[in-house]
Design a protein around this ligand. Sequence first.
Ligand SMILES: [Zn+2]
Ligand SMILES: [Zn+2]
Length: 169
Amino acid sequence: MRRMIHKRATRQLEAVYEALQGDSTHPFADEIYRRVRKKLPRISLATVYRNLQRLVEDGKIRMVLLGERIARYDPEVSDHDHFVCETCGCIRDLFLERERQMDLAPLAQAGFVVTSLHLTVYGVCHMCSQQAGRPGTTISSRAIMAQSGHRAAFGQLVDADSGCFDADV
Ligand SMILES: [Zn+2]
Ligand SMILES: [Zn+2]
């Protein structure tokens, strides 16, 4: 019995891990849950969260907060920064120079302990900047959609417009 439980736990962990591989959109947990459920229909959101947490602790995936309160998950475990498109909300990994000149001594003097430093660059992705020039494209309605918190529509928007991820940076 214990063995069966262990087997199920391993299968769940693997399914959660696999659901994120090859995905550079930095999805929220509920999107990962939706994917895993296709494979394991009885899995709960709490179990998906627990497995995501474990994978983060094991260094197999990363958790990122990009100015939002909800965590996103990232299969790219190397040190990197992010670009966030303010129009469509898409996110792109940035591999910028890591040797940044930044004086954090005042923080240390004030008693803060710095554990990591990440840069989030905000702007307009190449797909959105191209579309802004096209007649009949309402950037404003897309931005409203992205900000409305309608996750499903937002997800489709990102999936449909993968241009953000194809651009060479
Ligand atoms: Zn965009
Ligand atoms: Zn990333």
